[in-house]
Design a protein around this ligand. Structure first.
Ligand code: PGA
Length: 245
């Protein structure tokens, strides 16, 4: 199981970042557990540089340019040079700030060109009765995957995060999560040959907490979770990871 800890902008001190890393190191010794930390960029640089532990790192975003005269941007090359393995792309909090499908597709291409695995976030704002949300998910996946070669697509991790379930206000039912994971794998099969879609990790995110992680994981076909607010509370994060074993 892959647990991606999305620290968002919650962590604002070096002390807190280092204590969460120490916890992640201890928890990553559990069998069948891979912990990926996604700190805000100053702490990403601090913690990931020279990392020799089992803990892996993700950036929370990257530039849709290849660097140069782009004030405020962080290029894929700069991240790859730090030994970072993953980058979260298309998070709903970035899409809400105006990030377009085209920009996400460009970021995907920059990421894979520098050996980073994109954790592509997709998710609907609401589950409408007319099921338009299913088409939206297909569009979010298709626009990000189409420009990539088949070999590059095999580097992608999908994180299904219904926007309405993010932030600790509402939780999806295990049954619905299970069905959505199947639906996502079915769409992936349009972009990959044979049974390769089964090898793409599909994660779930949206108010994942110690109390619901087990029912969500059970028999769901998921490969892990993208955890926000519960990943920056030491007790919650530790209980959540231990609940999976
Ligand atoms: P949450 O955030 O766990 O706080 O709902 C998840 C995410 O946005 O990645």
């Amino acid at each position: 199981m892959i647990i991606v800890a999305n620290w968002k902008a919650y962590v604002e001190s070096e002390e807190k970042a280092k204590s969460l890393l120490a916890l992640a190191k201890r928890l990553s010794k559990q069998p069948r557990t891979r912990i990926v930390l996604a700190p805000p960029s100053p702490y990403l640089g601090l913690l990931a540089k020279g990392n020799k532990t089992k803990v892996e790192f993700a950036a929370q975003d990257l530039s849709d340019t290849s660097g140069g005269a782009e004030t405020g941007e962080v290029s894929a090359q700069a991240l790859a040079g730090l030994g970072i393995k993953y980058v979260i792309l298309g998070h709903s909090e970035r899409r809400a700030r105006g990030e377009t499908l085209e920009q996400i597709a460009l970021k995907m291409q920059h990421a894979v060109a520098h050996g980073l695995s994109p954790i592509l976030c997709i998710g609907e704002k609401e589950r409408d009765a007319g099921a338009a949300y299913l088409l939206l998910l297909r569009q979010q996946l298709a626009s990000a995957l189409e420009p990539l070669s088949q070999a590059e697509r095999m580097k992608v991790v999908i994180a299904y995060e219904p926007v309405w379930a993010i932030g600790g206000t509402a939780t999806d039912s295990p049954q619905d999560v299970h069905e959505m994971a199947l639906y996502i794998r079915k769409i992936l099969s349009d972009f990959l040959p044979g049974t390769a879609n089964a090898r793409i990790p599909v994660l779930y995110g949206g108010s994942v907490e110690p109390e619901n992680i087990r029912p969500l994981a059970g028999g769901s076909g998921l490969d892990g979770f993208l955890v926000g607010h519960a990943s920056i509370d030491s007790k919650m994060f530790s209980d959540l990871v231990k609940a999976l074993v």
